[in-house]
Design a protein around this ligand. Sequence first.
Ligand code: PLP
Length: 358
Amino acid sequence: TRIYFQAGPTTLPKEVMQQAKEEWDDFQGTGLNIMEHSHRGKDYEDIHEQAKNRMRSLLDIPDTHDVLFLQGGASLQFAMIPMNLIPDGKTAKYILTGSWSEKAYQEAQRIGSSEAVISGKDSAYRTLPVMDYVPSENDAYLHITSNNTIYGTQWPDLNAFSHPTLIADMSSDIMSRPFSVDKYGLIYAGAQKNLGPSGVTAVIIRKDLLQESNAVPSILSYSVHAKNKSLYNTPPVYSIYLLNLVLDWVERSGGVNEMEVRNQKKAKVIYDAIDQSHDFYNGYATPDSRSNMNVTFTLGSKELEQQFIKESEENGIYGLKGHRSVGGFRASIYNAVPQESCDSLATFMVQFQEKYGK
Ligand code: PLP
């Protein structure tokens, strides 16, 4: 079996791939791939509804919130959020914890009044900033990024934030742990880490935020998508089909509570290898800010790092190269990455240190 820590575009459970393969040219006895079915027909509509209902039950989404399946990735949400949710006279507030929150903020700056109120940039995004922001009357919303995919930091408690209109980019950790959806006005996630393949973006939006506006094109309007049950235009049928299979797998595996237990255990073996290495490996994120989804670390020299990649691949371990802005290594251990892969990496790290460490 493959041992694979790539940050994206997706990591799918083996069982999901098996089922998709079995149904490839004959979806439930219809003789067609699900992609070939009308998106207005019963076969696809059932999948569409199942996927939504599974999102609802797994995340315990209250009736106050709608679930939408959109396209354009999380990056389109960077734009749709300010286009739809900054009323005249109000300012959107952003907390900067990495490159993705910077991008979200930059997009808001192009569109409306916006301000970065807290930033972790001074620590080169190794540490999450102190969250002492006090909401103001004038706020359109407060935007956070729950897991910083590139730097490997993650807010430890998603229920700790308090704002009347809290918005979170959860692209790289949704479905990895429980949290209270009702604390949030809007949550969005490109599907391609924990939910399925790229091509679909999940949006959970509180219904009072679904306001019509002539200033927003239909395709970019949350209220248009909500009214049309995410079938305003042709949806990414195959991506939603796979997302539904992934959610079915999460359900059968024990839900988000079980995902959290597994993810903590998976991350721990790798962080232990770092912490017990006496600075042979250096964790990028400070311990209090560490992510259970993306484990980032470096080695003492470029030569050693090249050797590490070479030998890890010789040992059948792939996808460890860090993002270019951080360097070093990143082990992305999304829901679908099994414990055994993390154990193999930790064992390899110890062996590599025995060989090259002093
Ligand atoms: N936000 C976060 C936290 C991400 O990790 C990513 C991609 O890795 C994005 C946004 C961008 O997502 P997309 O490629 O779907 O636009």
